[in-house]
Design a protein around this ligand. Sequence first.
Ligand code: F0G
Length: 467
Amino acid sequence: MLGAAALPEINVKTIIEPFRIKTVEPIRMTSREERAALIREAGYNPFRLKAEHVLIDLLTDSGTGAMSTRQWAGIMEGDESYAGAKSFFRFEKAVRGIFGHRYVIPTHQGRASERLLCRAVVKPGHVVPGNTHFDTTRANIEDAGAEARDLVIAEGRDPEIEHPFKGNIDLDALDACLCELGAARVPFVLITVTNNSGGGQPVSMANLAGARAVCERHRVPLLLDAARFAENAYFIKLREPGYAEKTPAAIAREMFSLSDGALMSMKKDAFGNIGGVISVNSEEWWDQIRTLLILTEGFPTYGGLAGRDLEALAIGIEEILDEDYLRYRIASTAYVGKHLAACGVPLLKPFGGHAIYLNGRKFCDHLTDEELPGWALSVALYEHVGVRACEIGNVMFGRRDADGAWQWPALDLVRLAIPRRTYTQSHMDYVIEGIDELHRQRRSIRGLRFVHRPAVLPHFTATFEMV
Ligand code: F0G
């Protein structure tokens, strides 16, 4: 043996996808001409495109993730009994093991949870304060005749400011709101983790504890919209003093321990293609919700889902808390943000957990609010690059006041939502290059105007024409 020096420990810093690929789904390139015709036929609404005509689909991270081998195996174990299925008890145990509330009610997706809860406990004249309500949450609160009031901290409304927890609720504003209205007019406070409509920004544990204290003082229940609870937990681990050594599961449990209940779309941080849940401590609420559940969703041990879905969700909600996965998830999303920022593309900062948000107004600073800059950018992104993204801005939240004048939201964003475990780094390199090119030619992006604007959730079905 020659006396070779011992190698120093090799410390590879690249964060890789912590999985290998067993099944693939082909995607197909289209030409620029084809896409121009397709988006025109779709009334310039990316929601109205056929998915097969999209190369890389960043419309949503909801229901679009890849399931694991364990989840697929679980699907074969699904118990499809109408009542008392084994899969329900597995699901209940998995959810309760993390959320910790007494009653677990499966639903077919997040908005079904919202609808059932609102039907049960929200009355006309009520106000539901939150950090920023997601659009379907807001719609369900309003449909019950109540007001959805957004009380995110001021930093959360500024797309440029760096703040570790831009999803935080303004505790003084919350206290003032509860002082003004009292428990009689506030059925619950709902904090969304992470704050999707505010840019996928996390809420700190300290803020949740502060909100808990305010709610307790006013005797108002605190609920979490937990669609992306695991990503929120991992941000707490990364950014909040005292949490670096804790596991994401322990952090998640602590978050839920501050709440009286939770709603969740399990299409996000449970790796489900479909599914949702309501989890509450109140027996009275449980009873009311269960009655409504039977009316429209199904028997309480399946709630609109197949037994196989319950199995996949029970496994998914545990897998999501895997530390290797969350490290990769947050790092791979930030990778897209970092490279786009380096090209000078205007983005919401800091980068969210599930998505990168382009600043539509800045990207298209040659367009006025009436010309729907974020929406126009999302249309151009499809036409020029084949990527589908989602506007969260003027079209989604713009409203006319009593005099018919438009009220535009504080932010006009285009969200690049990244499905979980679905695309590789080279897909993201393609997206980055495409957006960089589009940004260089941004002045050629044309504005749009409404042809048809439905009154509720207009973005899903509205049609447009070029200005
Ligand atoms: N709450 C949040 C925070 C959400 O992001 C969503 C859905 C829902 C509730 C409703 O859940 O879709 O299962 O009925 N967000 C998706 C998105 C649609 O693309 O952000 P759902």
